[in-house]
Design a binder for this molecule. Structure first.
Ligand code: AMP
Ligand code: MN
Ligand code: MN
Ligand code: MN
Length: 311
């Protein structure tokens, strides 16, 4: 069974619509996909509907990726198996979206000092009703010729300490964990090696995440080497956490795609092993589809189609 428990759609800063995302995941033999857009769950129903409409052999686990504050860092908490109809979660995420809009306004203002004409409206248009992210600013700055690549924009304008960076005002990490759990989900520390923390801070992050009630850490994440995966798994063991896997897919690139490079060795305990109840619905859906496929296969075997007339 292939799991990919971290991905993005057009509802935040991914390149694909929810329907195109699930279609691609299915083509790439992913069995269980979690859609985890930044601070929004607006794509979940669309992805579920697309799976039904196209009768895809894949199950969707409802998810979200919440931006949180921890000391002076921005830490991302993935929620897996959340109830997408939970009004309290929707309200809480709406407050994050409001912070995103306020931050975007301030980013646009700061960038005007660097010969970037006020880009607030243009960036909102790019986000097209979804979560407004720094990725949309990066696309805009590339479009108007301020940098050649997205990475270049982040490096020169949007990274911490650069002209367009606005210190975050996200929900506190421990609160984000609670938001996920109040909505019935599993709280996962996303891509732990992406925060550029030294060993001491990384250990402290995993410890405090665990103390806050966090349950899992992404051990297989895009581009982690086997040695890095072991390092993260050791931290999990130290603080009684289990492993999650996620590509953090935004768009296909030469080095990343849905379901790619997410292997874990057999000794590693995973979220779906530790929390089977959260995965019961997706596992049931898959079993149902397999049973239907088997029935069809048996029917065809018992009643072979009459030879066609090809003359
Ligand atoms: P935000 O949540 O609005 O701060 O935006 C963060 C998003 O920007 C991340 O989820 C990534 O998708 C993207 N991002 C961050 N750093 C880089 C980078 N160096 N190059 C390209 N994209 C980046
Ligand atoms: Mn992103
Ligand atoms: Mn992230
Ligand atoms: Mn992500």
């Amino acid at each position: 069974m292939k799991y990919d428990l971290h991905s993005h759609s057009l509802l935040s800063d991914g390149a694909l619509s929810p329907a195109a995302l699930v279609a691609r995941a299915s083509e790439r033999q992913v069995d269980v996909l979690a859609l985890t857009d930044h601070d929004t769950i607006a794509g979940i129903r669309l992805a579920e509907q697309a799976i039904v409409d196209a009768a895809l052999p894949l199950a969707l686990l409802p998810g979200v990726e919440i931006s949180s504050s921890w000391h002076e860092f921005e830490i991302h908490i993935v929620g897996l198996g959340i109830n997408a109809d939970c009004p309290q979660l929707q309200e809480r995420l709406a407050s994050q979206q409001q912070r995103r809009l306020e931050r975007a306004r301030e980013m646009a203002r700061r960038l005007t000092k660097f010969q970037v004409p006020d880009c607030y409206d243009a960036v909102l248009a790019l986000a097209d009703g979804g979560a407004v992210t720094r990725t949309h600013f990066a696309s805009h700055l590339v479009q108007i010729g301020k940098a050649k690549s997205m990475a270049g924009v982040f490096k020169h304008y949007l990274a911490k300490g650069k002209a367009g960076y606005v210190p975050n005002n996200w929900v506190e990490l421990a609160e984000a964990v609670r938001w996920v759990q109040d909505a019935g989900g599993i709280a996962v520390l996303a891509h732990p090696l992406k925060y550029k923390l030294n060993g001491k801070w990384l250990t402290r992050l995993v410890r405090e995440f665990s103390e806050a009630g966090g349950q899992a850490v992404e051990v297989a994440s895009s581009q982690l080497t086997p040695v890095q995966k072991r390092e993260v798994w050791r931290l999990c063991q130290q603080f009684a956490l289990v492993a999650s896997v996620g590509s953090d897919f935004h768009q296909p690139t030469d080095w990343s795609d849905l379901g790619r490079s997410l292997y874990l060795t057999d000794d590693i305990v995973t979220v779906w092993q530790q929390y089977p109840a959260h995965f019961a619905a997706v596992h049931q859906q898959l079993a149902g589809r397999n049973a239907a496929a088997n029935r069809l296969e048996n029917l065809l075997a018992e009643n072979p189609a009459p030879p066609g007339d090809f003359s």
